[in-house]
Design a protein around this ligand. Structure first.
Ligand code: AMP
Ligand code: MG
Length: 437
């Protein structure tokens, strides 16, 4: 653990002069450099990922965090019988004739777990002491709350006329026989596990865990904790993925850090493609001399479908397939790798894992100040919430404009503002999509 001197907020540096040139927003001109629109890239990735992994059956107690493979439906009505919703007294509504109050004799008791009292058990004009969850005795149709009745010995007096059918939960009112209780492709969380238990599912059909293998590439990379020689850096991306992939529906296969040599990269890619449903690499997908990934990938038999995406950060991002595995080549810059995973990789993984909803939920925020930018790429800009408008919509401040390597800025952000590719100026108060982090 490092002891830090007093904090400098990375976001406070955003407006100062920058030594580093801004990212190129458009790329060089010429057809070979044309960027694929972000939506097309995502559609390409989803097209490759549109084959969910097979299903398997697990015990209900092991199903939390897994993805439901078929719809779960009620095999019997929910609830299965009419029962009391309150502690009180069950009566026949028709016995409360004329003006009240009415005094009724108690003819028995029904508690949760008791079998229903038969039709002849309760005489006309009599009531039954009933407790929440108990079956309604045959012939009775209304439950008076205990708080609205006065008991004296074996009699009960009711002052006010109830609504007929009050305080009874009816058979099937939650779900009729055959009704969908949990839809296919749902992540099984607390609510779904509760619903599956209540319909009596002891074993659940879920998608088998999606196997994702990943490695980072770069001869400059060292493990956190390892001392750095000049020119070396710690590997952030492998840990970004380690954390992002820590999901109960994913089987993680960390293949380590691979140096920038074609041989090592080829071995890593082929090995990964045989062991996983999805292979993710970081680094080496750009156009530098040491960016071997695309050529190595093709030479090893892979098929690349998208390579240069109109997004910022993360323009160099490869989407393809090798053997039976789907491939995502993320850029090396850590924020770009993170954004590429979040916006393209995660939806692809979710689709393969069997999720019905694969895109992140849509939220919106208002720009606190006007902003101008170079158009051409959809931008996912770290942003911080500074307040809310009268409707509670967050107001956001955009953080540094050149940020693909600034992981500290990501930590200072509340989310990513999504700035449309073609927008050159954005007025203050403009509503933009906002991805919460
Ligand atoms: P590349 O995409 O390989 O050209 O890398 C772009 C930049 O990201 C370079 O400055 C790399 O040193 C840096 N980088 C690449 N991989 C990682 C990583 N795993 N962790 C941190 N930085 C990285
Ligand atoms: Mg590199």
């Amino acid at each position: 653990m490092v002891i830090c001197p007093p904090a400098i907020d990375p976001a406070d540096e955003m407006s100062g002069p920058r030594a580093v040139p801004q990212d190129d927003c458009t790329g060089a001109s010429g057809p070979q450099n044309r960027l694929m629109p972000f939506d097309d890239a995502l559609a390409t990735g989803l097209g490759l990922a549109a084959r969910p992994v097979p299903m398997e059956t697990v015990a209900l107690s092991d199903a939390v965090g897994r993805v439901l493979a078929g719809r779960a439906c009620a095999g019997s009505p929910m609830p299965a019988f009419d029962h009391a919703a309150m502690d009180g007294y069950a009566v026949r509504y028709s016995d409360l004739a004329g003006p009240g109050p009415w005094t009724l004799e108690l003819n028995g008791r029904a508690a949760a777990g008791d079998a229903p009292l038969p039709a002849d058990a309760v005489a006309t004009g009599a009531a039954v002491r009933i407790l929440t969850g108990a079956p309604i005795p045959a012939g009775l149709d209304t439950v008076i709350m205990q708080e609205h009745a006065a008991r004296s010995g074996n009699r009960v007096t009711i002052a006010d006329r109830p609504r007929q059918g009050a305080n009874i939960r009816l058979t099937g009112e939650d779900a009729a026989i055959g009704a969908t209780v949990v839809a296919e492709g749902t992540l099984l969380g607390v609510r779904e596990i509760a619903a599956l238990a209540s319909i009596g599912e002891a074993a659940v059909d879920v998608r088998r865990k999606l196997r994702i293998a990943w490695f980072s590439s770069g001869s400059e990379l060292r493990e956190p904790g390892e001392p750095l020689a000049p020119g070396q850096i710690h590997d952030a991306n492998r840990y970004t993925l380690l954390a992002a992939l820590d999901q109960p529906w994913i089987d993680r296969l960390d293949l380590g850090t691979v140096p920038d040599t074609p041989r090592a990269l080829t071995d890593a890619l082929i090995d990964a493609s045989h062991r996983a449903d999805m292979v993710v690499s970081t680094g080496g997908v750009s156009v530098g001399d040491e960016d071997h990934m695309p050529s190595v990938f093709r030479e090893a038999g892979g098929d690349i479908r998208a390579m240069r995406i109109a997004m910022k950060p993360g323009k160099p991002l490869a989407i393809g397939r090798m053997n039976d595995a789907v491939y995502l080549g993320l850029p090396g810059n850590p924020v770009a790798a993170f954004v590429g995973w979040l916006t393209i990789g995660a939806p692809m993984a979710r689709l393969m894992a069997g999720f019905a909803d694969v895109r992140p939920p849509r939220h919106f925020a208002r720009l606190a100040a006007a902003s101008s930018r170079r158009p051409g790429r959809r931008e996912f800009r770290p942003a911080r919430i500074t307040g809310r408008d009268d409707n509670g919509v967050p107001r956001i401040e955009l953080l540094g404009s050149s940020f693909s390597a600034r992981i500290g800025l990501l930590c200072a952000a509340d989310g990513l503002a999504v700035l449309p590719a073609d927008a050159e100026t954005l007025d203050a108060d403009t509503v933009v999509e906002f991805i919460w982090l």
